[in-house]
Write a protein that binds this ligand. Structure first.
Ligand SMILES: Cc1ncc(COP(=O)(O)O)c(C=O)c1O
Length: 398
């Protein structure tokens, strides 16, 4: 299912936007946005087709389709060990929107939210859209989280902690002990935890995923769990995700912030149908996808570490490699340009606008593709760095 014959490049070149195939010149391999090169599982399209044939597209319930809410609640109960009922699951038009409405619901202008550095730009964006201030906690690649340090960052204005688990871009999967420290701290300081778990299916053994809301009732009571379908099933363009809380008062605030009741916003019904099929019928597909990704991770990290001046910790989760390129003596933007111009491979540079200042000296590349495409890209990267970057003895080993 995940060999090169399953990558339909002509279609990707028309449809895959957001820095990918449809947006780069012919000949460039985009290992950019974390979006798989494989088509989604067949039951997803079968479910959409079955829905389409009735030819009715009436308004749906603003709080979401009952079958989606039930599937999602079952997923949280059975796969994430979080007691959940459909009544507090809200489908939203993406995990990104879930982050946004959580910040809108719980942050007042001038208040503060703690987020990690490096981390996906969406968190800072949502916090600042709520006119709140983002306070960052460094979690350097390959290191444990020093959550006790959050105590020093907390002020009377702190309201929210943004947890991204697994952590994009470094691929860290937080341990139970780390999450318990974070959860206890949130309880002590009466903070809301926004737990973005969109990457939680993409975890490589022996690492295991824990939802912070599964740890204890008082932690669960202050947690908003967010997930989505872009990473696990390749449904980014359907814009579908969910927010979930066990706290009815919090659910009401989230629902009001979503603007679903007024129909200004809402989760598309076809997308909810697709996501329900993904949850109910695509477990086997997902297992195979994760085993393919595991093999690609090992291969990709070995090859990256063989490139002079590059160093990469194996990600514990997520299908992105976050590579320290400081050994080349070049900045992330320079390496991005060299790879784009010479190797014809597009990567995401570790610039503050993508991941925060803690991403300096790194590039991120996605390995959610076939082995053939990945190898071609890595061959080109290796050759280009060898030919175009002169290493000094001091910069050889970052
Ligand atoms: C941590 C994290 N959250 C949310 C998203 C966005 O997900 P969606 O496509 O559902 O908006 C991404 C996408 O890269 C992500 O890495």
């Amino acid at each position: 299912m995940f060999d090169p014959t399953h990558v339909d490049l002509p279609t990707l070149r028309k449809r895959a936007h957001n820095l990918r195939w449809a947006t780069v010149p012919p000949g460039v391999i985009p290992l950019t946005a974390a979006d798989p090169d494989f088509p989604c599982p067949a039951p997803v399209t079968e479910a959409i087709t079955a829905y389409l044939t009735k030819r009715y597209f009436s308004y749906g319930p603003p709080e979401g389709l009952p079958e989606f809410r039930e599937s999602m609640a079952r997923f949280f109960r059975e796969k994430r060990n979080i007691p959940t009922t459909p009544a507090t699951v809200l489908p939203v038009d993406s995990a990104a929107f879930g982050i946004y409405i959580t910040c809108k619901a719980f942050l007042q202008p001038g208040e503060e939210a703690i987020l990690f550095d490096p981390v996906d730009f969406l968190f800072r964006y949502a916090v600042e859209e709520a006119q709140a201030k983002a306070i960052t906690l460094p979690i350097p690649p390959g290191s444990a989280a020093d959550f006790e340090r959050i105590e020093d960052l907390i002020t009377p204005k702190t309201r929210l902690i943004c947890l991204c688990n697994p952590l994009n871009p470094t691929g860290k999967v937080f341990t139970k002990a780390e999450l318990l420290t974070l959860g206890r701290l949130a309880c002590r300081h009466n903070l809301i935890i926004l737990s973005d778990e969109i990457w939680s299916d993409i975890v490589f053994k022996p690492h295991t995923f824990t939802s912070i809301a599964s740890l204890a009732e008082d932690i669960r009571d202050r947690t908003v769990t967010i997930t989505g379908f872009s990473k696990s099933y390749g449904l980014a363009g359907l814009r579908i995700g969910a927010v979930m809380t066990s706290n009815l008062r919090h659910y009401t605030r989230l629902y009001e912030s979503s603007l679903h009741r007024s129909t200004v916003h809402g989760a598309n019904l076809l997308s909810q149908v697709a996501a329900t099929a993904a949850l109910e019928e695509c477990g086997g597909w997902l297992d195979e996808f994760v085993s393919h990704l595991h093999a690609m991770r090992d291969h990709c990290v070995d090859r990256l570490n063989a490139i002079p001046g590059f160093a990469c910790h194996p990600p514990e989760g997520c299908y992105v490699a976050f590579v320290n390129i400081s050994g080349t003596g070049r900045s992330a933007a320079e390496i991005r340009d060299i790879l784009f111009d010479q190797a014809k491979v597009a990567v995401v540079p570790g610039l503050p606008e993508w991941f925060g200042p803690g991403a300096a000296g790194h590039i991120r590349l996605s390995f959610a593709t076939s082995r053939a495409i990945l190898d071609e890209a890595l061959n080109r990267i290796t050759l280009t760095i060898r030919n175009h970057v002169t290493l000094t003895p001091q910069t050889r080993n970052p």
